[in-house]
Design a protein around this ligand. Sequence first.
Ligand code: ZN
Length: 412
Amino acid sequence: MEISALQMEQVNDRIRALEKSGSFYGKKLEEAGIHEVHSPEEFKKLPFSEKKDLRDAYPLGLMTAPEEKIVRIHSSSGTTGKPVIIPYTQKDVDDWAIQFARCYAMAGVTDTDRVQITPGYGLWTAGIGFQAGCERLGAMAIPMGPGNTDKQLEMMQSLHSTVICATSSYALLLAEEIAKRGIRDKISLKKGIIGSERWSAKMRDKIATSLGIELYDIYGLTEIYGPGIGISCQYNAGMHYWDDYIYLEIIDPKTGKNVPDGEFGEIVITTLVKEGAPLIRYRTHDISRIIPGTCKCGSRYPRLDTIQGRTDDMMKIKGVNVFPAQIEEIIGGFAEVSSEYQIRISHLDGRDTMRIYVEALSGHSDFADLAEHIAATVKSRIGFTPIVKVVEEGVLPRSTKKTARVIDERFD
Ligand code: ZN
């Protein structure tokens, strides 16, 4: 998707604001002697913004609007080093709610729906984004926040919640709990809006069938508003994103060069109208691609494919580059196992080894044969032989937040 003249005008307006505020990006441009872009080629030469730049700006170095205009901050979790703080103006907060309401509408949610929100509230952008969009649409928000499954199921039954917003791991946990308690006929859910982590087609099918609901993938990140900058439609053929608020590029993560539409690479996002903390060419480290052509739903908004993983998820085992998504796809091809798995990378006897744990569904007892079959499939499709361990269903950890499926034990 080439940048349009209007989008370029918006970028130039943001460049002026960044230079005026003296933020890191403004300084980068001053140094490069760039004050405007006039063509898609010039745009592609603009320097990238990196997570490190955002961390270095801690606490409020990203603030691009005058302090009296800032009404809120959000922060991304700082698992490594300092957190990132993103200031929002009232317009930013409103724009985010507009985009989020658009997501709900794309999923067919209306003002008569009751929306149970299980993502967390607080410094991060999850819960409050789901809530603001819901209120803007006119639906009833049920702001539960995460955890406390008993209470979640009680409210779901009493209030007849029709929409559930959750991470895929928590949606799966709720689906399993509803089945276990035999309360499916007391649940009124019709749709699930699922965000914030990569999930397999198998897990998706399991949640959708066991709850009997339609599922929608929502996309977003704290640095760029939060969740709600894109969502899948009823055709489940990628996520439509709002190109009147963001400009999205896909680059080769190694060379930094743009790749053609349809090819996978790293998602790079430019905010077009953000005031509090505009970002130009921000490297998300998420891997996906732009899906060419128009969607069956007829929406004019372009589409981003399902997130395939992170550029830093890439593992090198015995000299072969491996993505968790590849392992997941192979596991998904086996009808005998559940959607849950765990990958452990360790350093044994002087070399890197991958162990894959999968759960056999009940009725399958020949674990050794199944393990051998999965290992052989990985060898033939990816090129190395992992150690596969088959365990009983329900043994692998489920969580209320994000489930860690890849554990690197090499540096413990
Ligand atoms: Zn569509």
